[in-house]
Design a protein around this ligand. Structure first.
Ligand code: SAM
Length: 284
């Protein structure tokens, strides 16, 4: 019986591969990689090993941040000639802190089809077991390498109420956690997911001070690959204010900037300007 056809001519397949455990590759990913004419990958040696492991011999073409734009043109030509092409990265889902955006954008712009072959990504893998809220989450990806730029990037996130997720490497895990502690405070809950799906998979949970302490105390906790998941900032509780103050607040809101309106309310009714200011903002 002829093998099922898993790919069609002229389509770019964006294929997820494992982040550690080879058994996490999907059947559809294997079939797709077996049947496409060309596999674009970050590093042909890395992906060559994966292809060997899953018994696929296909043409490999390197595509990384430095040659993506020029390779996109060649890929589009081949798609227009009816070839089917896969894009993979070194690990996980392409485009997620990995190359591929330029290619996908240009292929879509050329009016060609891009089809996902979904699978693992470290961010979702970590989020699924962190035990932090998942209704809203924000992915920051990698922080800048230099301390000042990293602290600035973190400072912008200080009021973020969604669970905030970072990728980090062994080189900067300690420094990044230390900077997070200084920006978000010792008590902000955090989960550090290390070596997901691999032999030394570890989860450190606690507040920033205790997780940083564990990472500093044990060299093994600084080895490998990391996802850091930080609990969002607590929504500020605005104290209730009495009905008279509410009525005046509603009148002042369209007439004065919130800071000035808060000062008037504090003068008339007593209490802190900050409370009225937050109340006015909450009125929308
Ligand atoms: N495209 C990948 C994905 O879908 O997750 C991410 C690629 S990015 C270049 C590599 C980073 O992802 C690592 O530095 C680490 O932060 C995270 N990562 C990848 N594999 C991981 C693993 N097994 N455990 C923990 N973090 C991982």
């Amino acid at each position: 019986m002829a093998d099922q056809q898993w790919v069609s001519p002229g389509i770019l397949y964006v294929v997820s591969t494992p982040i550690g455990n080879l058994a996490d590759i999907t059947e559809r990913a294997v079939k797709t990689l077996q049947q496409v004419d060309l596999v674009c990958c970050e590093d042909t040696r890395n992906s060559g090993r994966l292809m060997d492991a899953i018994g696929c011999r296909r043409e490999l073409m390197s595509l990384h941040e430095h040659n993506e734009a020029e390779r996109a043109a060649a890929v589009i030509d081949r798609l227009k000639n009816g070839q089917s092409i896969a894009l993979i990265s070194d690990a996980g889902t392409p485009l997620i802190s990995d190359p591929g955006f330029v290619l996908v954008n240009e292929v879509v712009g050329a009016g060609l089809s891009v089809v996902p072959v979904p699978g693992v990504s470290a961010v979702i893998t970590a989020l699924s077991v962190a035990g932090l809220p998942t209704d809203r989450w924000y992915f920051e990806g990698f922080l800048p390498h230099k301390t000042t730029a990293r602290q600035k990037a973190l400072a912008k996130l200080v009021n973020e109420t969604a669970t905030t997720i970072f990728y980090e490497s062994s080189h900067r895990i300690e420094e990044s956690l230390r900077d997070m502690q200084s920006v978000f405070g010792e008590q902000r809950p955090v989960v550090v997911a290390r070596e997901l799906t691999k032999t030394f998979e570890t989860f450190l949970r606690g507040d920033l001070a205790s997780v940083l302490e564990q990472v500093q105390a044990d060299g093994n906790q600084r080895k490998g690959e990391f996802v850091i998941l930080l609990a969002g900032a607590q929504k500020k509780k605005v104290e209730t204010i009495d009905e008279q103050a509410h009525i005046l607040a509603m009148h002042l809101k369209p007439l004065l900037p919130p800071k000035k309106a808060a000062a008037v309310l504090a003068d008339v009714f007593g209490g802190s300007k900050k409370t009225y200011y937050e109340y006015l903002l909450q009125l929308g």
